[in-house]
Write a protein that binds this ligand. Structure first.
Ligand code: FRU
Length: 425
C-alpha cells in the first residue's frame, strides 16, 4: 500500500490500550531524592544527548554532553514550562555533571523553547552542532501562547579545554516545519486539549542511510467523522510524525505521513525516538494518564512499538505498549523517558518529577502550599532504569543512580540475580 494514504497509518488502538496494566515487568522502584542534584539552582526536566549523525552518543574530548529544559529552582514547578530554557551539562564519567550554561543567548525562536535533539557533525556545512527544538509560543506577544513550530539552530560549535567544555554560537535560527493541516493538525483545527507539534528528533536510518526528523503531533479528525464510537474520543488524536530530507541535508526536511497514530486513544505521544537493533525498529514515546481518551486507564509511562521496517506495521510492545511506569503509590515520580541502547540492555533516563504524592492526578498539586509543591518536585535526573528486550517483550531488570548515563563501552554493574550465572555459583 502507498505510504501516502492516511488509512494505512499503523494505529495504537483502544483494544491495545485496554490491556494496559501495572505488573512486575513494568513498574519502576520508588524513587527517593538523590544526595546530589545535577544543579541545585535549576529545575531540570526533558533531557537529551548530543549525538553523532548515526545516533551514537557524541564524545568530545572524553566528555558526553546532555541538554535539558531548565528553569530557576526557586520557581513553582508548575510554572516551569512557561519559561523553559535549554541548558547543557557535561560529564566525563556519566555520573557527575557540570552545568555548561544556556545554549542560546536570547536569540532562539519562540517565547520559550521546548524539547528537541542535537546532532554533532564536525564536518557540518553549517557548523558543528545542528540543534532541533520546539519554538513554543509566538515571540513578541505579551500573553503566553501555545503555538508550536519545529525550529533548527545551526552554526554552533563545541570547545573542550581541559576539564571544561563550552558550546558557542552565534546561531542561525529558523523554523523548518509547521503542521500542514492534512497529515498534521494545525492549532486552529484542534478541538480538545492543546494540540501538539513538537519535540523534533534527528534520525538517520541505519538500513537506508536516509535522514529523518521524528516529532510529536496530532492527526486531524473532523467533528462527526465517525472514526470512533464515542464523540469525544476523536479529540484524543496523538500521532508520531516524521519528515524526510530528500538529499540528506540536515537543514531541509519535508513532511511525510505519520508513522503511527492513536486516534480515539491518546492526545500526546511525546518525544518520539528510535532504538534500532538488527533491523528491528523500536519506537518509544512518553505519555500521561490524563491524555488517554475517556474509558481507558493509562499511566504516566514510557510506551513502545516495534516494526521490522521504518514504515512498518508498528505493534505495541508487550501487547499493550507500556514499557515502564511509576508505582501506584508514586504515580508521577518520573516522566519524559529517553531510551538508548547499551549492549544487551536498554537504558531509560527520565527526570525526577513529583514524589511523595499519591493522588491519581496532578490537578491537585496547585492545592498544596507552595512550600509543599517545591518539596515534592524532584527537578533533577531520575535513576536510570535498565531494561531487557526480547522480541516484543520488555522487562525492568535493574536501576542505576540518579543521572548515571553510561556509554555502551562502559560496563554496567552485574545484576544481583545474574551474579550466580556469571560466577557459575
Ligand atoms: C514532555 C513535554 C514535551 C515538551 C516539554 C515542555 O515532558 O511535554 O513534549 O517539549 O515537556 O516542557
Amino acid at each position: 500500500m502507498s505510504e501516502e494514504t492516511d488509512r494505512d497509518t499503523p494505529a495504537w488502538t483502544r483494544a491495545h490500550a485496554a490491556g494496559l496494566q501495572r505488573d512486575d515487568s513494568n513498574v519502576a522502584p520508588v524513587i527517593y531524592p538523590p544526595e546530589e542534584r545535577v544543579d541545585d539552582d535549576l529545575h531540570l526536566w526533558d533531557t537529551w544527548f548530543l549525538r553523532n549523525r548515526d545516533g551514537s552518543v557524541a564524545e568530545i574530548d572524553g566528555k558526553r554532553v546532555i541538554f535539558a529544559l531548565t528553569s530557576p529552582s526557586d520557581l513553582l514547578p508548575g510554572k516551569r514550562h512557561d519559561v523553559a530554557t535549554i541548558r547543557y551539562f557535561y560529564s566525563e564519567d556519566g555520573k557527575e555533571w557540570t552545568t555548561g550554561g544556556a545554549v542560546f543567548e536570547g536569540d532562539a525562536l519562540g517565547q520559550r523553547q521546548w524539547a528537541g535533539s542535537a546532532m554533532y557533525d564536525p564536518d557540518g556545512e553549517e557548523g558543528e552542532v545542528y540543534f532541533y527544538y520546539t519554538a513554543a509560543g509566538e515571540s513578541g506577544r505579551d500573553e503566553l501562547t501555545y503555538t508550536q513550530r519545529i525550529a533548527l539552530a545551526t552554526g554552533g560549535s563545541v570547545h573542550a579545554d581541559g576539564d571544561d567544555l563550552r558550546i558557542d554560537g552565534p546561531w542561525d535560527n529558523r523554523v523548518i516545519l509547521t503542521p500542514d493541516g492534512d497529515w498534521y493538525e494545525r492549532e486552529d483545527q484542534s478541538r480538545g486539549m492543546i494540540y501538539t507539534f513538537r519535540d523534533p528528533w534527528f534520525f538517520e536510518d541505519p538500513q537506508s542511510g536516509e535522514t529523518y526528523l521524528l516529532f510529536e503531533a496530532n492527526t486531524p479528525v473532523s467533528e462527526g467523522a465517525g472514526e470512533c464510537d464515542g464523540p469525544v474520543w476523536g479529540e484524543f488524536n496523538g500521532s508520531i510524525g516524521i519528515a524526510h530530507s530528500p538529499t540528506g541535508d540536515p537543514t531541509d526536511f519535508e513532511l511525510r505521513p505519520p508513522l503511527l497514530d492513536a486516534v480515539c486513544v491518546n492526545q500526546e505521544l511525546e518525544r518520539p525516538h528510535f532504538v534500532v537493533r538488527d533491523g528491528t525498529y523500536y519506537l518509544f514515546i512518553s505519555s500521561h494518564v490524563h491524555t488517554f481518551a475517556p474509558g481507558l486507564e493509562g499511566y504516566d509511562a514510557l510506551y513502545g512499538f516495534v516494526a521490522d521496517d521504518l514504515r512498518g506495521d508498528y505493534e505495541p510492545l508487550n501487547g499493550h505498549g507500556m514499557v515502564l511506569t511509576n508505582p501506584a503509590g508514586a504515580p508521577f515520580q518520573a516522566y519524559s523517558w529517553l531510551v538508548y541502547d547499551h549492549g544487551d540492555e536498554l537504558l531509560a533516563t527520565s527526570f525526577f518529577n513529583y514524589y511523595d504524592y499519591d493522588r491519581p492526578s496532578l490537578d491537585d498539586v496547585p492545592l498544596l502550599s507552595p512550600d509543599e509543591q517545591m518539596r515534592r518536585f524532584g527537578g533533577t535526573l531520575a535513576p536510570t532504569v535498565r531494561l531487557s528486550l526480547d522480541g516484543d517483550e520488555t522487562d525492568i531488570v535493574g536501576t542505576l543512580d540518579h543521572g548515571h548515563l553510561p556509554l555502551p563501552r562502559e560496563e554496567l554493574p552485574a545484576l544481583w540475580w545474574k551474579q550466580g550465572e556469571a560466577t557459575g555459583t
